[in-house]
Design a protein around this ligand. Structure first.
Ligand code: AMP
Ligand code: MG
Length: 478
């Protein structure tokens, strides 16, 4: 492994920000999945023929000349200050083509607390597939380069096996990195971190009167946009703790996430989330809550009133982003005042019928706007048929106000995916992988890379969950 491939800006920051660590190699790791597309974006030529590279990406080989690091952060978990956390089972190898390469599950670090530093195969498959599914959906996310499985046993509620996900992002900086130094009263270190983030990731902010305020505003805008993306596609993160919030506005730390099947605004995907703090419908508000944590942490660098004003703009930014997403989902070229009433009525009907979120939006592209058309392909998704008919009338009129633009259906199919990573699809891949067969992971990876394409040969993957999926439960344990 030529070590000059790996450089890392974070390494330059100095020891206050991280601890050097060595990976603890998995027992006989097996390459379960690999992302060739991402590898070529990172400039890796013929990576699968490069045994030394694969060993490094698995955490099995120590690179000469470079030291992996675990970074320190803190955070608010479920609304409560949790103090120091940090990369307890992730280590940063360095950068390839300006992207940080991190191993998740590569062993203990000084921040592991009581944990074993491992990740189980089950949750590693979910992270691997969902990062790439989100990328396919056009939603900002960390990426997954490789997945390594091992027979090594780790204990969660029961015995499971360990895995490593090699993940990639321009930066894995979290809100919690800033909280860490703020709550330790290390304001100069905080400033150093903020300067690093600005220079590397928010260079335009430098020109502002207060560059830290400009960065905060940029993060507020990105977070609003990200959560609008999540709401539009029906993605529930599940653990929106401030240490899982990316400074760059990426979807980060895939744990007990889930996509909506039948629409339920109160859907809680994480079975450990007893109060529903991170329910689907709560995500936008939680985004703001977390931004308050970030702003609080940056206060030594900010003017308090300006920071408060910036936070007040979140709601408007989020609503504008959401309106834009739903305008496109509805196949409308322009926004009109009454569009939110149209949407609210639709959500009420969907909530009452638990209408499948993905299937409804996908099929809306085939809405027949001819007066009297039955639109049974949509109507049958609702219990309240008369209610649907009234909504369809309103929608027909709304479409009529735009004339008959060519390409509306195609435009709708380009924003309303046919394929999402439903829990039961991941579960099939997990069960097969636990038997040593990784083919389903590869199939899903290819399918979800093109979620807007019809892919008729994979039609079965676009259906509602089978009955057995009702018993699936996803918790924080990973
Ligand atoms: P998460 O719930 O995965 O976002 O993790 C919250 C914190 O717990 C982070 O500091 C993780 O690094 C740490 N953590 C989670 N699982 C483990 C584990 N198995 N071993 C060590 N640290 C862990
Ligand atoms: Mg985390």
């Amino acid at each position: 492994m030529p070590e000059q491939r790996f450089h890392s800006g974070f390494h330059q920051l100095g020891p206050a920000f991280f601890s050097p660590v060595q990976a603890q190699p998995l027992q006989s790791p097996v390459l379960a999945a690999f992302n060739n597309t991402l590898a070529s974006e990172l400039g890796l030529a013929r990576p699968l023929d490069d045994a030394a590279l694969l060993d490094t990406l698995a955490g099995s080989a120590v690179q000469s000349g470079a030291t992996p690091i675990a970074t320190v952060y803190s955070g608010h978990q479920f609304g409560v200050w949790a103090g120091q956390l940090g990369d307890g089972r992730a280590l940063l190898l360095g950068e390839l083509a300006g992207q940080e390469v991190q191993l998740k599950g590569a062993g203990q670090t000084p921040y592991s607390r009581m944990g074993d530093g491992r990740a189980v195969l089950r949750s590693s498959i979910r992270e691997y597939l969902c990062s790439e599914a989100m990328h396919g959906l056009g939603i900002p996310t960390t990426r997954a380069l490789a997945l390594f499985a091992s027979a090594e046993v780790v204990w969660r509620e029961t015995a499971e096996t360990a895995a490593v996900v090699t993940r990639v992002a321009p930066s894995f900086l979290r809100f919690g990195h800033f909280e860490h130094f703020y709550y330790r009263n290390q304001h100069e270190t905080l400033r150093q971190l903020a300067d690093y983030a600005i220079d590397r990731y928010f260079p335009d902010s430098r020109a502002a009167d207060n560059c830290y305020q400009a960065m905060l505003e940029e993060v507020i805008g990105r977070t609003a946009g990200l959560i609008a993306d999540w709401q539009a596609v029906g993605f529930c993160h599940g653990v929106m703790n401030s240490d899982n919030m990316s400074l760059l506005g990426l979807t980060l730390d895939y744990g007990p996430f889930g996509f909506l099947d039948g629409f339920d605004a109160g859907h809680i995907c994480n079975h450990s989330d007893h109060s529903g703090r991170y329910a689907y419908g709560a995500q936008p508000e939680i985004g703001l809550w977390n931004l308050h944590c970030l702003a609080q942490a940056l206060l030594p660098l900010l003017d308090r009133d300006a920071a408060v004003e910036a936070l007040k703009r979140y709601q408007g930014l989020f609503e504008a982003a959401l309106t834009e997403r739903f305008r496109r989902k509805l196949g409308l070229r322009s926004s009109m005042n009454d569009d939110w009433r149209l949407l609210t009525n639709l959500f009420e009907l969907m909530q009452a019928s638990r209408t499948d979120w993905t299937i409804f939006w996908r099929q809306l592209a085939d809405f027949d706007a001819t007066p009297g058309a039955s639109n049974s392909h949509l109507r049958d998704l609702f219990i309240d048929r008369a209610g649907f008919d009234r909504w369809a009338d309103d929608y027909r009129q709304r479409l009529g106000a735009e004339g008959k633009p060519a390409g509306r259906s195609a435009a709708m199919r380009s924003v309303n995916p046919k394929y999402i990573l439903r829990n039961h699809l991941a579960e099939v891949a997990i069960r097969q992988a636990q038997q040593g067969d990784f083919a389903e992971i590869h199939r899903l990876q290819a399918l979800l890379a093109r979620p807007f394409d019809e892919q008729p040969e994979h039609h079965a993957y676009a259906g509602t969950p089978p009955d057995w999926a009702g018993s699936l439960s996803v918790s924080c344990s990973s």
